[in-house]
Design a protein. Structure first.
Length: 339
């Protein structure tokens, strides 16, 4: 009985997630998903993939993944990119996939001050199979029985296809950054029933932070000593979609080539309703070749609990094709988090 109850709770949570966007813990390692204005933000060519396994201790699974590529076209001060993202859960075998094309423009405000503006146009596909779903109208509470069979009320396979649009801005200099983004401007349909009007809510996001350089160390490569970058960054990420809102705060220490980070997700957004969700720890490494690897773990502090949910695992891999010629880099690197 307890297992069935937990599966029910899990499915109810998935119902919420299907009406909301998937949230990644390493959102700066998934930059195009965070803000379209970050397209081409490295000034070079970048490839990346992300994978997230949510609540692995439950019988049902929920996974999310994304892959992206972007490039900065210096002649036009523009970034171009493409991203594919998806999510899948096993209870209703529902899947959502999105493929989008992105463009951004970099505007110089001063010697070291810039604004990036970007947008993304996407094609979205949603599929589900409701053979195991029992509707509330099928429950006979007085007798404790189920009327009909699971899946009644649905014809079986359900498919939705729609277009969507996202947009964003970000300001940055050598130390500070602040960004704003808006998603689902076209309001794609998310209801599998025949009635219309159930559209995906707009999502608004605000991101920002500051990076503080520390005294560099030395790396002995047996031939000479090179400076080892050391920096400490603090950041926040606020998201609101429909009636749901969330605020994350965190810090990241870069001790070349290692990155150590910690996030607290779910500060009280209403004084009467604390939304404590998880504490996130992160370990990353940045290699000289341009390859960056990251792993994070979400420790659940919500009512669902760590023992029941198992938290969440997340992996990020990306590669930046950076130029070895320093004269090719005309813009300062964004001071944002690496993960």
């Amino acid at each position: 009985m307890m297992k069935r109850f937990l599966v029910f709770i899990f499915f109810m949570q998935l119902g919420v997630l299907q009406a909301q966007d998937v949230q990644y813990s390493q959102f700066y390692a998934n930059p195009l998903y965070l803000n379209p204005a970050l397209t081409g933000s490295t000034g070079f060519t970048r490839l990346g993939i992300n994978f997230r396994n949510q609540w692995p201790a439950l019988d049902q699974s929920f996974i999310a993944y994304s892959a992206y590529a972007d490039h900065f076209v210096e002649k036009y001060n523009s970034g171009i990119g493409m991203m594919i993202s998806g999510a899948k859960e096993s209870f209703t075998q529902s899947q959502v996939h999105e493929i989008g094309l992105l463009y951004s423009y970099r505007l110089r405000l001063g010697e070291r001050n810039f604004i990036n503006a970007g947008f993304q146009g996407s094609f979205v596909a949603r599929d589900a199979l409701f053979d195991q779903v029992i509707l509330g109208t099928q429950l006979d509470i007085d007798r404790g029985t189920i009327i009909g069979s699971p899946g009644d009320g649905f014809e079986g396979d359900s498919k939705l296809r729609d277009l969507d649009l996202h947009a964003g801005l970000i300001y940055y200099d050598d130390r500070f950054w602040f960004g704003a983004s808006a998603f689902h401007l076209l309001g794609p349909e998310i209801s599998y029933l025949e009635m219309d009007g159930n559209k995906l809510s707009l999502k608004y996001s605000l991101q920002g932070g500051a990076k503080f350089d520390m005294a560099p160390g030395d790396i002995n490569d047996f031939f000479n000593n090179t400076d080892q970058e050391r920096s400490l960054s603090f950041a926040f990420n606020y998201k609101k979609q429909g009636q749901f809102s969330q605020l994350d705060i965190g810090s990241e220490f870069y001790f070349e080539p290692l990155v150590l980070g910690v996030w607290y997700r779910g500060l009280p957004t209403k004084f009467s309703l604390p939304n404590n969700e998880s504490i996130i720890s992160l370990l990353g490494i940045r290699l000289e070749s341009g390859l960056e690897l990251g792993y994070s773990f979400d420790f659940s502090i919500s009512k669902l609990g760590q023992q029941v949910s198992g938290g969440a695992h997340e992996i990020s891999i990306r590669y930046v094709f950076s130029s070895k010629d320093p004269s090719k880099k005309y813009y300062p690197e964004l001071p944002t988090f690496r993960y």
